[in-house]
Design a protein around this ligand. Sequence first.
Ligand code: FES
Ligand SMILES: [Fe+2]
Length: 314
Amino acid sequence: MSRFPWPVPYGWFAVAWSAHVSRGGVVPYRAFGRDLVLWRDERGDAHVHDAYCPHLGAHLGHGGTVSDCELVCPFHGWQFDDSGRNTCIPYSERANGKARLRRYPVLERNGLVMAWYHPNDEPPMWDIPAVPEFGEAADWATPVCRYFTIDTAWQEMAENGVDAAHFRYVHGTAEVPILEEYTPDGFRSHMRSKQFFVTPRGNVEGRIDSDAWGPGFSVVRFSGIVDTMLLGCATPIDEDHCEMRFTFTVRRFADDRATTSVGEAAINEISRQLLEDKPIWEHKVFVDRPALADTDGPFLQFRQWAAQFYVDAT
Ligand code: FES
Ligand SMILES: [Fe+2]
């Protein structure tokens, strides 16, 4: 039984950092409440399929291999192409037209392999942008990756963004962010906030602005002390467990050593905040009708936005 009332949401979700899936590599993976296989063909394209071979059920992620651009089952050598179709049975003249592996659409952008999940296999309904700061932009440092798993549902983590008050109690910040704007916008949403940081040089005004493309991809810009960009990618392992992939970059200083040390401090601070939230998320319950303060953030608007990503499997 899930602790939460929601199924796995649909959308684009990060399943790996590109650099972690080598050409010809095959790895087992679990997400969306399903056992999956993630592989990269000899051309360099990444693929995600359901893990179990339709022949006799071997897990293709454990011992499967890549032959050219096809995935080969370790049990009896059947081959599957990138659409999941069986193309060859090595001990038969004919392939089996009915043997199909479910395929998940994949895109690779911003150093991430992302898969589209929809419980009813609907095709992708939006795209994921290339974020220039994570590409060729010369004034941004080499990205840094951090990975976490959290025993909670996606929505519980995502709600953190509109919860200004918890910053003081969970994260010990002297000042809480002031939410200037929260705008649900179809499958996207935009948040603009400012926050005062207490520094030895006095209070510095900073900003935290974030834009989401569905449940699995958010771009967050921190400015004020150090310009930092974060790709926050939550991926549901199942209804009540999530992965979180953080990819950071900071704007370069003239001096490389300063870039590294200041960047690390900023990245550690943001990562520490996630670890502070983790025990709250892992033990709380969902309150459907919360008793809110008049100064609490736009929880109900957020929840309405989140609700669009849930559909029952038919
Ligand atoms: S179980 Fe995969 S080829 Fe037999
Ligand atoms: Fe938090």
